[in-house]
Ligand binder design. Structure first.
Ligand SMILES: *[C@@H]1O[C@H](CO)[C@@H](O)[C@H](O)[C@H]1NC(C)=O
Ligand SMILES: *[C@@H]1O[C@H](CO)[C@@H](O)[C@H](O)[C@H]1NC(C)=O
Length: 391
């Protein structure tokens, strides 16, 4: 008879632990090195390699580049941490735990996260207050099937890792305003994100598709905006920069569009610009139907190291210009180090100098070689990271 005493049991126990440690560490190491092998762009490299990013979510605010600059006004002293636990919506009396309570009612710096995956159907547009961060990393958050996001007369806002789609036009009505007071809001088109007189806005790693009007509108004197790492797809009118031809204040508009993935099935406006200036760099264009980049009212745009893949059939020309007789000579569409596939072509403005973005030290970023665009935009859009995995 073999006596299986405490020592034997202990030995099995130790072995089990050793095996567990060995396999889990090997597993996570493999995962991590896979992540490291991925060529990350400058924004992602600033926080994604940190396996403890969940404990340091505010680090994200230091990662932005382009005209939004660093979002450091959104963090630090006086920051409220708010968790969305309830997907319901009441546009006039938002309940604590809902997204609207955190985004419109709470004033000052607020960092909004989500307790779990959720589908939020907004009854009215969500009016986001200044100094608000909406951080969907680590969960699957959809804002879909009715009203969507609006930033009106507000500054210092981050929208990160949210899936926004099937946005619909809204009739006028009462809604909680960005200052925590109920206001009357007029008719709103069905855009995923609409900026009205907004500044210092960073829109990063969102997935936007299939809305009634457009995916992103930057209008009425909005400026200092960075649109990065997003995935725009399945849409007729993708991105509008500049309100309308008559809105001259948009002459000061400055927008950076970087590391985004456009397509498949986008028709036009990636972006369409009026009056202001856009630096469009390191984006991937997976086809278009009418055009990719267009404009009117003498805007200027520097297209730099983008990859334009023309559709197999249809228009090969990247740009479109509205003929207008007052500003005819002022067109400034420049292409620098872009790459063209499937016969794509870019009609550039001749005979003038390419306007530089003139970024400050905290806005500046290195535009990378167009050869790495496919890998640099591979993880664009909202992340597919679960509670346990690295983003
Ligand atoms: C935009 O940012 C610049 C600094 O880069 C600043 O001087 C300007 O006032 C900002 N514009 C608005 C409307 O906030
Ligand atoms: C950057 O500065 C140059 C020189 O002053 C100017 O010509 C150009 O228009 C500026 N760029 C922008 C985007 O304002």
């Amino acid at each position: 008879m073999v006596f299986k005493g405490p020592n034997f049991l202990r030995w099995h126990f130790v072995l089990a632990i050793v095996i567990t440690i060995f396999f889990t560490s090997k597993f996570s190491f493999a995962k991590q090195s896979k992540l490291m092998g991925l060529k990350m762009n400058m924004i992602d490299r600033c926080w994604r390699p940190n396996p403890e990013w969940r404990k340091h979510r505010q680090q994200l605010a230091t990662c932005s580049v382009g005209y939004a600059g660093k979002m450091t006004n959104n963090i630090g002293k006086g920051l409220t941490h708010y968790k969305v636990t309830d997907p319901n919506d009441d546009p006039i009396k938002p309940q604590p735990g809902t997204l609207r309570y955190g985004a419109s009612v709470i004033q000052g710096k607020v960092w909004i996260t989500f307790k779990k995956d959720m589908n939020i159907k907004l009854i009215k547009p969500l009016l986001i207050s200044s100094f608000t961060t909406i951080d969907g990393r680590g969960v699957n958050v959809h804002i879909a099937d009715n009203a969507c996001l609006m930033i009106s007369k507000a500054t210092d806002i981050i929208i990160h890792s949210i899936r926004i789609h099937h946005c619909k036009a809204q009739t006028p009505g009462m809604v909680m305003g960005p200052n925590g007071k109920v206001i009357h809001l007029g008719q709103v088109d069905g855009d995923a994100i609409r900026l009205v007189t907004a500044s210092k806005i960073w829109i990063d790693h969102n997935t936007l598709y299939d809305c009634e009007d457009g995916l992103l509108d930057v209008t009425r004197g909005s400026t200092n905006v960075t649109v990065s790492n997003n995935w725009f797809r399945e849409q007729d009118k993708v991105m509008l920069l500049g309100h309308d031809d008559g809105y001259l204040r948009d002459i000061n508009m400055k927008v950076t569009v970087v590391y985004n993935h456009f397509g498949p099935n986008c028709n036009q406006r990636m972006p369409r610009i009026r009056h202001g200036y856009a630096h469009v760099a390191n984006n991937l264009y997976l086809g278009w139907m009418q055009y990719a980049i267009g404009g009117s009212m003498g805007p200027s745009l520097k297209s730099e190291s983008n990859l334009f893949i023309a559709p197999k059939v249809g228009s090969k020309e990247v740009t479109w210009r509205k003929i207008d007789h007052t500003n005819e000579d002022k067109w400034e569409f420049h292409s620098v180090k872009d790459a063209f596939e499937n016969g794509a072509a870019f009609a550039v403005t001749k005979g003038s100098r390419v306007p530089k973005p003139n970024y400050s030290k905290e806005q500046i970023f290195q535009v990378v070689d167009v050869k790495s665009i496919r890998s640099l935009t591979r993880s664009s859009g909202a992340f597919q990271c679960s509670k346990t995995s690295i983003c």
